[in-house]
Design a protein around this ligand. Structure first.
Ligand code: GAP
Length: 441
């Protein structure tokens, strides 16, 4: 249980340190020595993560008439994982070092490695290790039943196929989307929140007529790539990686990974996969329920739709944003998180220059007028330079300062985080000026 000291890439170490310092992310259960590869989001982190989720939901569900949202339970009948193939197939081949007892995924070792990469000890023969966490259902041992924490949210969508299609008027193609926690007992962890044991996914299953798979795979891989660009992620650091035959998951016929160039190299952010009719067919066979789409246009023909899945990790998206935004501005001796204004945890910070002469009263009134409309933060303590620096590290794109002149002419300064440009604007125009800046960013 105790925290193992993991050596990370130096840039990742800086991001971890800033995340702690500014209350973005903490390792879980720190006061008890921590638990490995599990993290807690702090006050700024929770806002950033929520903004990412809202951005995704708006793009996938709100903006599209043919995609419906849902929120299924984490705990499901164990047969779900039998049907999905996770009980049989969701494992990694592992080897143990006989000397230092460290465990490694075979696919992370160079081919034909027989000695431990850490201590040179002898490695065991590979063993299969299922990645699902088990727990028990029921209050007494007798009535208990072994169940699993879901390793993906997708199955919650497939098992609700009939519930959703019979309670809503849907026509192929249509999608069902959800955001939620998933759990995997990962062996190889590290690189901060890149691979954790508890994480969140944003998944969408897009049901189509079988045969239209290539067209929709093509469509969704581009849509999803563009979504990351719309978050402000540097386009040159994003790429699509088509899976070769031996990289495909057990359910998938074709797949593209959307990858980001992290400080530790290009790595997967999201999978866009052609799951074919695999999942619905498996659930039909095991549950003996009819999970079909009835095609009214073709005289009530029963179709098992094929599926194109978009499966994104929220924590990896957060890590992407942290890595992509991190900027050491040496010229101005400051560290800046260049979050795009749309997803920044705080959009505007409001300061009285001094805590006297009525400045706090005006600043508080500005804050109270803004706080329900634009995510705002009031800070009256410390030197103005320090307050700016704190907001630079928090990634706040705009700071408003109430100064002596504000008392006379009801204007304030607005400072832009990246350019450090300052201008004077009327207090009455603050909301519209900030909204315009957010829109045009
Ligand atoms: N339903 C398909 C599915 O779960 P996956 O490629 O195993 O596919 C999809 O996972 C996404 O979920 C990944 O691209 C990644 O962003 C995220 N993810 C998977 N395992 C993760 C982990 N251990 N920690 C953080 N994110 C993870």
């Amino acid at each position: 249980m105790a925290k193992k000291k993991v050596k990370n890439n130096p840039v990742i170490e800086k991001i971890i340190s800033l995340s702690r310092r500014r209350g973005i992310l903490f390792q879980s259960s720190e006061i008890y020595g921590s638990i490995n590869a599990v993290y807690d989001y702090g006050p700024l982190g929770v806002e950033l993560k929520r903004n990412v989720k809202d951005h995704w939901w708006k793009n996938i569900v709100t903006a599209r008439e043919n995609i419906l949202g849902m929120d299924s339970a984490i705990l499901m009948h164990p047969k779900v994982w039998e049907a999905s193939g996770h009980i049989e197939n969701f494992h990694d081949p592992m080897v143990d070092c006989k000397k230092c007892r460290k465990r490694f995924r075979v696919d992370n070792l160079q081919e034909n490695t027989t000695h431990c990469p850490e201590c040179n000890g002898e490695l065991s023969d590979p063993k299969q290790f299922n990645l699902m966490f088990k727990t028990t259902l029921g209050s007494t041992e007798d009535s208990s039943q072994e169940i699993y924490l879901r390793p993906e949210t997708a199955q919650g969508i497939f098992i609700n196929f009939n519930n959703i299609t019979s309670s809503n008027r849907v026509k192929l193609p249509f999608g069902i989307a959800q955001i939620g926690k998933a759990f995997r007992n990962e062996i190889t962890t590290g690189n901060f929140i890149f691979r954790t044991r508890e994480f969140e996914q944003m998944e969408m299953e897009f049901f189509i007529r079988p045969g239209e798979n290539d067209k929709w795979l093509e469509y969704w891989k581009n849509e999803r790539l563009n979504w990351y660009k719309s978050l402000g992620v540097t386009p040159e650091k994003l790429r699509l990686h088509p899976h070769s035959e031996d990289e495909l998951a057990h359910y998938s016929k074709a797949c593209y990974d959307i990858e980001y160039e992290f400080p530790f190299g290009f790595s997967e952010l999201e999978g866009v996969a052609d799951r074919g009719t695999f999942d619905l067919t498996q659930h039909i066979n095991l549950s003996k329920k009819k999970l079909h789409y009835i095609d009214q246009q073709n005289g009530g023909e029963k179709i098992v739709p094929a599926v194109i899945e978009t499966s994104a990790g929220i924590d990896r998206t957060v890590l992407t944003i942290l890595a992509d935004s991190y900027w050491e501005d040496e010229e101005n001796n400051r560290t800046v998180m260049r979050f795009s204004p749309e997803i920044a945890p705080i959009k505007v910070a409001i300061f009285p220059l001094f805590n006297k002469q009525g400045m706090p009263k005006i600043a508080r009134k500005i804050f109270d007028d803004l706080k329900f409309k634009i995510s705002s933060f009031y800070d009256g303590g410390g030197s103005i330079g320090k307050r700016y620096r704190r907001q630079d590290e928090a990634g706040t794109p705009f700071c408003i300062t109430v100064d002596h002149q504000s008392l006379d002419d009801k204007t304030v300064t607005i400072r832009e985080r990246d350019s450090l440009k300052q201008e004077r604007i009327a207090i009455s125009k603050i909301e519209s000026v900030i909204n315009d800046k957010i829109q045009s960013s």
